[in-house]
Design a protein around this ligand. Structure first.
Ligand SMILES: Cc1ncc(COP(=O)(O)O)c(C=O)c1O
Length: 395
């Protein structure tokens, strides 16, 4: 049978990135004591008060069809929340609701990029970005993010790659996998370029509430001159430890949301009202769980740094936000993928190879900071013991 081009464009993007993770699950299923530091699940349950809102709403019959834009109460709550956080005027007509950031990203990119266009994106990048860009038919133009620059995307590196086909700049701040955050100065410089070259700025801010103490988050949505070209996507997956609710949104210019609506309705025909009620409650108050996660993830990143600092083969990059820490393993003589497999087989710790986030991270691994402190300490013990054993074996 014949398949559409999108299937070919997306073929082979998934599997290989996850082979260490799947191997870890296989070993665990056979009884091995594996410490899984691969994927980024929040380390706490969704707050009971929020699940109660969803359950009550279900019981009250909030199970009918919804408005294609999202329920009125949720759009109002999101408009208020973003007006407050960005100190700009944001009305509900700038909000479209989606089942998670991922769907929002897909719909938004489908709405602004197509075959013949170029989408600029920082490299390394979150594992699904290449897929969402390829799905549109557009060409991905990677912009190198350098460890020496704290992995922050720089306007000059973007400028060097702009062509007449450039249409979209996909930003991710705070950044997965590197934990980098863009400063207001970074965003102003990037915004100026976007204005000069008439680019959309799509900003994935799903880690906004996991910014570590002492660091400050900035959104391009807070820059009024960019209001006609910025679209922010986010969700309650991380901020409220609620990834399974699949509840996210896009905030863009009114014309953008009006024009994207038919695409969104074609995909979804609306969201679930009982989830909208829960999400409206979530975004209308301070998250009960975000502060705890921020503190724990920051402490575990610092602990990893401290524990690995004596190992000359391993170099930890300190994240400023998020759920992960990156480790450069180049001095082990292995690339990140070989190292991750070796660590799994010989030390029973599962991490993501950096290559899952782009070839620039071939010699890195990504460590999730989401297991409890005692278990994380055991993981550090195992990583250190593995490093020493490996160093002895190779000298
Ligand atoms: C950068 C980034 N964007 C989007 C997502 C997907 O988020 P959601 O659960 O809201 O679809 C993730 C999930 O890990 C992520 O790390």
């Amino acid at each position: 049978m014949k398949y559409a081009g999108i299937v070919d464009r997306l073929a082979g993007l998934g599997g290989a990135k996850w082979d260490v993770h799947f191997r870890a699950r296989e070993l665990a299923a056979h009884g091995r004591d594996i410490i899984e530091l691969t994927i980024g699940e929040p380390d706490v349950a969704t707050p009971q008060a929020l699940t109660d809102v969803a359950v009550d709403a279900l019981r009250r019959g909030r199970t009918g069809y919804s408005d294609g834009r999202g329920e009125d109460n949720l759009r109002a709550a999101l408009a208020q929340r973003y007006a407050q956080s960005t100190a700009t005027r944001i009305e509900p007509d700038r909000v479209l609701c989606f089942p998670g950031t991922q769907t929002a990203l897909f719909a938004v990119l489908m709405g602004v990029a197509e075959t013949g266009d170029e989408v600029l994106v920082g490299d390394p990048m979150y594992a699904t970005y290449e897929g969402v860009i390829r799905a549109t038919g557009a060409t991905m133009v990677p912009v190198p993010l350098l460890p020496a620059q704290g992995f922050r995307i720089r306007a000059e590196d973007i400028a060097a790659r702009i062509t007449p086909r450039s249409r979209v700049l996909l930003l991710n701040t705070p950044h997965n996998p590197t934990g980098a955050i863009l400063s207001r100065a970074d965003l102003l410089a990037i915004g100026k370029l976007a204005q000069e070259h008439d680019l959309w700025i799509i900003a994935d801010e799903v880690y906004e509430e996991l910014v570590f103490d002492g660091e400050t988050f900035h959104s391009p949505l807070s820059i009024p001159e960019l209001a006609d070209r910025v679209v922010v996507v986010s969700s309650i997956s991380k901020s409220h430890a609620a990834p399974g609710f699949r509840s996210g949104w896009a905030i863009g210019p009114p014309e953008f949301t009006a024009r994207l609506l038919s695409l969104s309705e074609t995909m979804l025909f609306g969201n679930q009202p009982f989830i909208a009620d829960m999400t409206a409650a979530a975004v209308s108050a301070q998250s009960e769980v975000a502060a705890g996660m921020r503190a724990r993830f920051a402490a575990r990143a610092a602990r990893l740094h401290a524990r690995l600092s004596a190992e000359w083969t391993l170099e930890v990059h300190a994240p400023k936000a998020g759920m992960f820490a990156m480790v450069n393993v180049e001095k082990t003589g292995m690339n990140g993928h070989a190292y991750a497999l070796d660590l799994l087989e010989n030390a029973s710790v599962a991490v993501m190879p950096g290559s899952a986030f782009g070839a620039r991270l071939n010699h890195w691994i990504r460590v999730a900071l989401t297991v409890d402190d005692a278990r994380f300490e055991v993981a550090c013990d195992r990583i250190v013991a593995h490093a020493r054993q490996h160093a002895r074996a190779t000298t």
